[in-house]
Design a protein around this ligand. Structure first.
Ligand SMILES: Cc1cc2nc3c(=O)[nH]c(=O)nc-3n(C[C@H](O)[C@H](O)[C@H](O)COP(=O)(O)OP(=O)(O)OC[C@H]3O[C@@H](n4cnc5c(N)ncnc54)[C@H](O)[C@@H]3O)c2cc1C
Length: 296
């Protein structure tokens, strides 16, 4: 049981933003799978004041907007993401990332908004959101701004949320997913209930006439203090043949963007080895059909 100083439980976005504006010290709690663990390990509960947002309907649901962008409410949990037909059709790596998180109970309460706002590099949804150039809608009582996810992560556990601000929606632009194929691979020591040792999310579009990558995006988690993109590999990939050799070249370049560190989970060298192996594995697994046709 927790014995906190104050707990507001709101079901309306306007009320939540107004409360946050008046009491910016309130700690936002969505699914609580990170916040409650922190409270259990060290926070002074008697000083803790929470703002529960989990009942706000405006922050739930996944929908395709009129312009084709996909909007995901910050309060969507990972079961909803895994089962959503729009995401299954268009952004498979996010569905794969959702399915890799925790166990069924965690996926039922852990939200994508909390996964991003906790600012950790191992967040399974983050590398895919980086790889699809996701944008974040952030609101205060008086304003709203849209921030590319690449500008949201400031350092380990630090994100660019301003005082009184809530993440309301995640937007995947149409041009980022239309015509792209993708894959997410989580490497962890156990198959379930484990944090990623490395997360790799790739997506690409092929120029059918030449059989080369027209565009390729690679997002990595746990390859640095924040999730990151493999810019050198992405530049190298444009115009590179979709072949085993081409993919090996791309995977080799992916390591250049990494800032991997040694931790108790894995050494820097092992993580770098995983980057090369898993980028290649992810690309080989989804280009099978294309490479097959080429060989015939
Ligand atoms: C047993 C267990 C297993 C786990 N396994 C995984 C795993 O495999 N992969 C993984 O990535 N994570 C894992 N996690 C971590 C956690 O479940 C996820 O990070 C989850 O997505 C956090 O979402 P939440 O809604 O529970 O966040 P909360 O705990 O409610 O909040 C997390 C942080 O985000 C802030 N916040 C939440 N929502 C908003 C918002 N809309 N606007 C502004 N700030 C907000 C909170 O103030 C807090 O700082 C695991 C956790 C546990 C306990």
């Amino acid at each position: 049981m927790f014995d906190v100083k104050k707990y507001y439980d709101v079901d309306n976005l306007g009320v939540a933003l107004s409360l946050l504006s008046k009491e910016p010290h309130l700690i936002v709690i969505a699914g609580g799978t990170d916040v409650l663990i922190k409270m259990q390990h060290g926070w002074n509960q008697e000083e803790t004041e929470l703002l529960g947002i989990n009942r706000i309907a405006e922050l739930k649901g996944i929908r395709m907007l009129d312009n084709g962008d996909i909007e995901i409410g910050a309060l969507c949990n990972f079961n909803q993401i895994e089962e959503d037909a729009t995401l299954q059709e268009n952004i498979i790596p996010l569905v794969e990332a959702a399915a890799s998180i925790g166990g069924p109970q965690i996926r039922n309460v852990a939200t994508i908004g909390g996964n991003i706002c906790n600012g950790v590099t191992s967040a399974d949804s983050a590398s895919t959101l980086f790889a699809y150039d996701a944008k974040l809608k952030l609101s205060t009582e008086r304003s709203e701004r849209i921030v590319p996810i690449s500008e949201f992560y400031m350092g380990p556990g630090k994100v660019a949320l301003e005082s009184g601000e809530l993440l309301t929606h995640i937007i995947i632009p149409k041009e980022s997913y239309e015509g792209y194929q993708g894959r997410y691979i989580k490497f962890a020591r156990r198959k379930a209930m484990d944090i990623a040792t490395l997360g790799v999310s790739v997506n690409y579009r092929i120029d059918e006439a030449s059989g080369c990558f027209e565009d390729l995006r690679i997002g990595l988690g746990v390859a640095g203090p924040t999730p990151l993109r493999c810019i050198e590999a992405e530049e190298y990939a444009r115009g590179t043949k979709v072949s085993e050799e081409g993919i090996a070249g791309i995977a080799g370049k992916a390591v250049l963007s990494s800032h991997a560190r040694t931790s108790w989970r894995a050494s820097k060298e092992y993580r770098e080895h995983l980057i090369e192996e898993l980028v290649a594995e992810a690309l080989l697994s989804i280009t099978d059909g294309v490479r097959g046709e080429e060989d015939e």
